[in-house]
Design a protein. Structure first.
Length: 386
């Protein structure tokens, strides 16, 4: 059976269960029958997760091709746990320059307090990455495509390089939700996702997951989350599990809508560049074709907006694309990105032509979304002509 079918029929646990969905057990205390079970069951306390958690972990293992999945209360905590599970004091981490900003902050501000150093590398410069590996390097952190700027590194080449140097690799796989990209199949050691995005799919809960293929590493992740007291609440776990049932259907709609908008935006005179890996003009298009089986609803473009008045006219004319952080829900979103771009000097964004805008194509009618962007571009054009 194909994965969408398996996700719908994933009912791990109690064979006596007659409901389609698992019960949401809101519990700290778990009652156990005897002394042996109290101390030996491994699931003797609510923090370790109950029915919903086990079913969600099983679904995530199916999606990512993982042997082990551990849940965390947010995507960011999944990134932090994934990184912390691979390093100790004295180690060094290399992270792609385009990873999610708060993950970068964790590496650059928090890890030093734990005796771990880090450095960034340009996701398109593998020679520089190879030179940056030191004897202390233990982990390379990747994200595909990169947050805001959508670079896709050559993951198999990086995995090969890392293995030769005895270095682990971690991928933030949130963009594809694991549906269109399986980093563990490419030899990546740790895959993490913000379940908050497509898994939950309705912008109403947080969640994260750390997935591995190696039991020993899975046990290390589990021990770390237990020592730090990290767990995901049952209602949020339920929201993510429910999302897995419709994940494929939703993602294919997000994908179609985003592709249509990206192609149309390419024809617009005030759009300097559309940044979507499925477009042949994207510098990493060939890598995307080789390593991905589809694309999601999130992409960017450069708007020819000479000053703030132009970009503000564009943004405020939009009615359906609402401004706000996060993505992966049913609604369309827009954010201007220049305000949060702090990149290495050799990065392409330093000499970009236009203001970087990120769109999330939601599940509204694609024609309505196009009309909305048309409204924004017309407003920008009006400012240019005054
Ligand atoms: C949103 C996001 C995160 C963080 O997820 P939260 O649940 O908001 O903490 C991590 N990585 C990527 C790529 C994201 O887009």
């Amino acid at each position: 059976m194909k994965l969408p079918t398996r996700l719908i029929h994933n009912r791990k646990g109690n064979p006596e269960r007659r409901t389609v969905n698992p019960p949401v057990e809101r519990a700290s205390t778990v009652l156990l029958p005897d002394r042996g079970a109290l101390y030996g069951s491994g699931t003797g306390y609510g923090r370790m997760g109950l029915s919903v958690h086990r079913e969600l972990e099983a679904a995530l293992c199916e999606i990512e091709g993982a042997a082990h999945a551990r849940l965390t209360p947010s995507g960011l905590s999944a990134c932090a746990v994934g990184i912390a599970s691979a390093v100790r004091a004295g180690d060094h981490v290399l992270l792609s320059d385009s990873v999610y900003g708060p993950t970068r902050r964790f590496c650059e501000k928090r890890l030093p307090k734990m005796g771990v150093s880090s450095a960034r590398f340009n996701p398109r410069d593998l020679a520089a990455l190879e030179r940056a590996i030191t004897p202390q390097t233990k982990l390379i952190v990747l994200e595909a495509p990169g947050s805001l700027t959508f670079e896709i590194s050559d993951t198999p080449a990086i995995v090969k390089m890392a293995r030769q140097a005895g270095v682990l690799t971690m991928m933030d796989n949130t963009w594809s939700a694991g549906v269109y990209h399986r980093p563990l199949d490419l030899g990546v050691d740790i895959s993490v996702q913000a379940l908050t995005k497509y898994m939950v799919g309705h912008a109403d809960a947080f969640g994260g997951a750390v997935m591995t293929t190696k039991p020993a590493h899975g046990a290390a992740v589990e021990a770390l989350t237990e020592d730090w007291g990290i767990s995901l609440g049952p209602d949020d776990a339920y929201a993510a599990l429910r999302g897995t049932r419709t994940l494929f259907t939703r993602l294919s709609a997000h994908q179609e809508s985003a592709l249509g908008l990206a192609r149309w935006l390419q024809t617009q005179p005030d759009v300097a560049l559309v940044i979507h890996p499925t477009l042949p003009s994207h510098p990493d298009h060939e890598i995307w074709r080789r390593d991905f089986s589809g694309s999601s609803g999130l992409f960017g473009f450069l708007l020819d907006a000479p000053d703030d008045a132009h970009i503000d006219a564009f943004l405020s004319a939009l009615n359906l694309f609402k401004m706000g952080f996060s993505w992966g829900g049913f609604e369309s979103l827009v954010i201007p990105c220049d305000e949060q771009l702090t990149r290495l000097p050799d990065d392409w964004t330093a000499h970009r032509q236009g203001r970087l805008v990120r769109l999330h194509a939601g599940l509204e009618d694609p024609g309505d979304l196009k009309a909305d962007l048309e409204r924004g571009l017309r407003a920008l054009h009006d400012v240019k002509n005054t």
